[in-house]
Design a protein around this ligand. Structure first.
Ligand SMILES: [Zn+2]
Length: 843
């Protein structure tokens, strides 16, 4: 991974830096590539549902070969997926994946947009998706992105005509795009958006088809392609020293939390798009055929084009600076253009080119990563002209704070340095992802500031504007204020500069389960984000709960240090679900936030402020047995959850399993996808089954059907076939069909209410065939689908028991779902009612 990223920084030059904050250096070929893009006035928008849905080959082709301005609208931030590289899940995973998408776009040259849709988990049908997403709102977000980005062509990743064949989010993304294509130009649709943008009619809508959508390459070969365009996207770019596919692979390899690091493919590569709306191009390899993508498309653009095409045609690679007078002439003409969209866009591009051509290095950095409102921070300014052009630094503004620089002349290669004190206003918002500021719904984020909708991230709070006189033309150049430092093992590092509260608090556990009336000692950690702070922390808690002390004092000397205080919490006598939250009282202010930092090498560090709180659950749970052996699969938090209700859980290293080693356990549990990911199990499976045969209980949680059978003919003691059956609606009805079975009776009686409050889904990869030894215990189904009985199966085996379950305990236990705990406790207690070891815990 490290090696790959090292290569990336080395080879991606024109395509931007890996880290967004790092200043960009441009070679002559980079500048030429930028001028080619400056001279192409066409825009393409790619639309899908998730990070990783996007076809980076096509995005890179459009951006680097066609030279179009290219965007990817991912309706969600991928919050609902799994994380292969760290602990972030749900909204924090969405923050990480947002940054991975931005990293991918820095490689392939695209831009990134999102809607407010939350990736709430798998849905089978778009009808379900569009019920959980606020359809009106998300459709509005697609319309808004089209109106603001103004694409000539839109390309859907998925087919809007085939609901049910892929994830409901996928089909929904295509359906919304199909609808938004026309609505964007209808002033009666979402009229409130027209205060900040105007209507726009894209010319063509395509579906990015491939053989995959036809079932086989053979079928696709025979398909009618009269309505399709075909492009070879395997282009080699000698100017970049890379092929399109190599760039695309590097871009999609940024999706590291999804395990997308992959090999590059090379050579010719066919790409097809099917026309859905608009006219069929005559040139069936050109999405923009017949659309004016020259400077002539804008009023007053022709004269600018004449200058800039000439610069492109006669580009001087040895001395790019020689083009400066012409570029400045074009810059001035551009300022008279009345079309604000093109004027702003092309001014920004041209400014970047002018800056690159003069070797300008402008930066504004702090030596601290964060500060608080009402503080002053030193900002280090550096300005360097690396050309013979006359450049004068007229003024520097840090936001609207003007700093006198006495019209400094920047002579060739003479570094200008200045330290400016920046005042952070008391009203400054804390740095945090804008879509997480308010509490949203299951399917849609709440964003109060509508100007932010569609943006990939919160705009930086502080910028430095360098007002320059370049050869007589006044040009402002804006740089974000960043945090710069060096790490001995990594070198120079640029990170975002953040504004955070003076202190934040956090709990160790996000859910606390009280299985009986015992008190628990709760640690609350206070972290200082300022030197010398002292105050108190108070614990807020619900009715029926009690704490020993109302407040605890804290005092921290050094910024960055932590102090832990303890509260003793007593639960109510009866079942109860509530939450506890610390309130820090400091200098007359109340702070209720937790600060989470998301730090990886491949993306800029992210600071997320979330409500500091923990769910507390008082259960009346009974259990039999004490010692549980757990064989971890792909990774889940079930062991910690079981410890919370009083089990002694030992993680078992599969390599150490012997005929005798499992005997000491009351039950042996296999973590999710254990048979899919732990190869060692194929040598140890017989010991696991023998353990059950001799009186133990084996509980296997979900595995996917792939790789099943070929390696593990004896995964269960009897025949069982894993299918792709899943019940995705977490509120779907559950019927107990084996009413007398121990699993729903001992030691906890399970009834309908135990299936309330589940999250994300009921379960997945349920078996759909099993031999007669198994007893199915539950029956459930999603709306409009056939019932499945495979979610929880139990079979006696020798003196013991074997249980297979696809129920999503790995999701339910960590969030404290009471019924899931009781059911799991019953699984662990199977067989114990026959012996005299029943250990009751009562409140
Ligand atoms: Zn997807």
């Amino acid at each position: 991974m490290r090696y790959l990223l090292g290569l990336l920084t080395f080879s991606i030059f024109v395509l931007g830096n890996v880290k967004a904050q790092t200043p960009k250096n441009s070679s002559a070929t980079d500048i030429y590539h930028s001028i080619e893009k400056l001279n192409f006035l066409g825009t393409a928008l790619y639309i899908a549902a998730h990070p990783d849905d996007e076809n980076t080959r096509l995005i890179s082709y459009l951006s680097n070969d066609v030279k179009a301005r290219t965007g990817y609208l991912s309706l969600t931030r991928g919050d609902g997926g799994q994380n292969l590289i760290g602990p972030e899940l749900r909204e924090l995973l969405g923050v990480l994946r947002t940054q991975e998408l931005l990293a991918a776009r820095r490689v392939d040259g695209g831009e990134q947009f999102f809607s407010r849709a939350n990736d709430f988990g798998y849905s089978k049908q778009p009808s379900e998706t569009l019920k959980i997403w606020n359809k009106e709102a998300i459709l509005g977000d697609v319309v808004r992105t089209i109106r603001k980005f103004k694409p000539d062509v839109i390309i859907n990743r998925f087919d809007h005509r085939t609901p049910g064949t892929t994830h409901g989010h996928h089909t929904s993304s295509a359906m919304l795009s199909f609808e938004a294509f026309d609505l964007a130009n209808d002033s009666n649709a979402y009229p409130e958006q027209l205060a900040s943008t105007n209507t726009w009619q894209p010319k063509r809508l395509f579906f990015n088809t491939s053989w995959w959508f036809y079932g086989s390459e053979e079928k696709f070969k025979e398909a009618d392609k009269s309505n399709m365009l075909h492009m070879d996207v395997g282009t080699y770019y000698p100017m970049l020293g890379m092929s399109n596919n190599e760039i695309a692979s590097l871009a999609s390899s940024q999706h590291l939390c999804q395990g997308f690091g992959r090999l590059s493919s090379r050579g010719t590569e066919d790409e097809y798009v099917e026309l859905l709306k608009g006219d069929l191009p005559k040139d069936k390899s050109n999405l923009f055929d017949g659309i004016d993508t020259s400077w002539s498309r804008i009023d007053g653009g022709k004269a600018i084009g004449e200058i800039l095409y000439d610069v492109q045609d006669n580009f001087n690679f040895k001395d790019p600076t020689s083009h400066l007078p012409k570029l400045l002439e074009a810059y001035q003409l551009l300022q008279n253009i009345s079309d604000e969209h093109w004027k702003n866009l092309k001014t920004e591009e041209l400014t970047t080119i002018i800056s690159a051509i003069t070797g300008l290095h402008l930066e504004a950095f702090t030596k601290t990563g964060y500060t608080n409102p009402s503080q002053n921070v030193d900002v280090q300014i550096q300005a360097l002209n690396r050309s013979d052009i006359t450049i004068e630094l007229k003024s520097i503004f840090l936001n609207d704070q003007n700093s006198n620089v006495d019209n400094t002349v920047l002579n060739n290669n003479e570094l200008f340095k200045k330290k400016i004190e920046l005042n952070i206003p008391a009203s400054t918002d804390f740095t945090s992802p804008y879509w997480l500021m308010e509490k949203g719904t299951l399917g849609t984020y709440t964003v109060k500031n509508t100007d932010l909708i569609g943006k990939p991230e919160t705009p930086r709070a502080f910028n430095a504007t360098f007002n320059l006189n370049i050869n007589g033309v006044l040009i402002p150049i804006i740089r974000p204020i960043v945090y710069k430092y060096a790490k001995p093992d990594k070198g120079e590092i640029y990170q975002p500069f953040e504004v955070v509260p003076e202190a934040t608090s956090s709990f160790t556990d996000k859910v606390l389960i009280f299985a009986d009336a015992s008190q628990k000692r709760i640690p609350v950690t206070i972290k200082a984000h300022k030197d010398s702070i002292s105050g108190t922390v108070e614990l807020k808690y619900g009715t029926g709960w009690q704490v020993d002390k109302k407040t605890q004092p804290f005092s921290i000397i050094k910024k960055g240090d932590e102090q832990t205080v303890y509260f003793t919490l007593s639960p109510p006598a009866t079942e109860n679900e509530s939450s506890i939250a610390p309130i820090i009282k400091l200098n007359g202010k109340e702070i209720t936030k937790e600060l989470v930092a998301i730090a990886y090498d491949h993306v800029p560090t992210q600071t997320v402020l979330l409500p500091s709180e923990t769910k507390v659950v008082r259960l009346n749970i009974e259990k039999a047995g004490e010692n549980i052996g757990y064989i971890m699969g792909a990774g889940d938090e079930v062991p910690t959850s079981l410890e919370q209700i009083g089990y002694n859980v030992q993680l078992i290293d599969p390599a150490t399993i012997t005929k005798e080693s499992l005997k000491k356990y009351d039950a042996v549990v296999l973590g999710i996808r254990a048979y899919n990911v732990v190869d060692e199990l194929k040598f140890k499976q017989r010991f696991i089954l023998d353990y059950a045969k001799n009186g133990g209980t084996v509980i296997v949680q979900y595995n996917t059907a792939s790789r099943w059978g070929s390696q593990f003919e004896n995964i269960a003691p009897y025949d069982i076939e894993i299918s792709r059956d899943r019940v995705t609606n977490e509120n779907s009805d559950v019927e107990i069909i084996a009413k007398d079975n121990s699993l729903v009776n001992f030691p906890n009686e399970i009834n309908q209410s135990d299936f309330d409050g589940w999250v994300q889904e009921r379960g997945l990869y349920f078996p759909n065939k099993w031999s007669a030894e198994f007893t199915p215990v539950l029956e459930m189904h999603d709306e409009g689908e056939e019932s499945t009985k495979g979610s929880l199966l139990i079979a006696p085996y020798g003196k013991g028991n074997y249980i297979y379950t696809g129920l999503s305990f790995f999701r339910e236990l960590p969030v404290g779902v009471p019924g899931a705990y009781k059911l799991f406790s019953n699984m662990l207690s199977v067989g114990k009612d026959k012996v005299e070891t029943k250990a009751k815990i009562k409140g």
